[in-house]
Design a protein around this ligand. Sequence first.
Ligand SMILES: [Fe+2]
Length: 383
Amino acid sequence: MYNVPAMREAATHERILVVDDEEAIREVVCAMLGAAGYDCTPAASGNAALELLDSGEPFELMLSDLMMAEMHGDVLLEHAKLKFPEMPVIMVTAVSDLSVALDAIRDGAYDYIPKPFERELLLDRVRRGLEHRRLRLENLAFQMDLEARVAEQTAELLQKHADLQRANEDLKRSHDMLLEALGDALDLKDAETEGHSKRVTAFTIAIARAMGLPAEEVETIAHGAFLHDFGKMAIRDSVLRKPGPLDPEEIAEMQKHCELGYQMISKIPFLKNAAKIVRAHQERWDGTGYPKGLKGEEIPLGARIFAVADTLDAITSDRPYRSARSYQAAREEIELWSGRQFDPVIVKVFLNMPQSIWENLRAQVKVHSQVFRVPQLAGAGSH
Ligand SMILES: [Fe+2]
């Protein structure tokens, strides 16, 4: 009946399940497909087809009659799609059933072939169905590969991010240790300031946070406050430790500590901005301070906050010539000098803060010798 060698197109060996309850049709279809190089398995009913599918035997495509006595083609389609969503199903149907065939396509059939059909039409639809499946699988594989690569790269990025964070934390710790070492160096030279730098740093951080400054700025301000008197390293002991009052020449030398501190500190890259606070820490709001006589907002914000914190600590700490005064006295004094020595906006923020904060901070700084690791202040940056 058929010229088999001539009709054999490509030896594809793709497996096709042919479902039809008419034996003659099964035979013809299988003969056509077999001759074209496909591996054809006939099934005489929907149930027989399901059994074959359930047995795990793989099929690349299913060709099913639509109108079958025992199990209708669309029921078989529904089952097959559920189990093998990638397997294209082509419905074979009489021309009169075309609307049913279109329904089947809506339900997931890949295509339909109207009966009676020519060999060429059958092979063309089967080829297209198989090509569709191949492209779909390729797409899926590509997508899965892409997802795997994205997941891999995401994991790599997360790892790098974690490494960077760790490195950043290490760096921050190193910075804190350097700051503590600089503070210790000054304490050795000028024992009188011991504790003062740490307390004033704690007070400055508290006010800066109450002002709602961003974390990074609070950190810079904290560094500046902590190192404010570092320039005293360069002041002669005979002047720095002189018990009595300083003469004008000595006062002039002492006042150089702001600029000297700036020069030393600004050479350290992460302290560049903090150094500007060191230089301006003796400036006054009304322009009567030193070294430059800056006025109002010409004075760096950090230095203006520091000025309030510094006075608060000076008044509430013991001095060789007088004992500590109360926080209430400090509040009154600071309020009195608002707009003259101090920035009135900062004074307002300070006055609105509860007094208990200062006593708590003083106690904490006393317990923790390293101010940048005091729990309430740790990460001067964080709110
Ligand atoms: Fe100073």
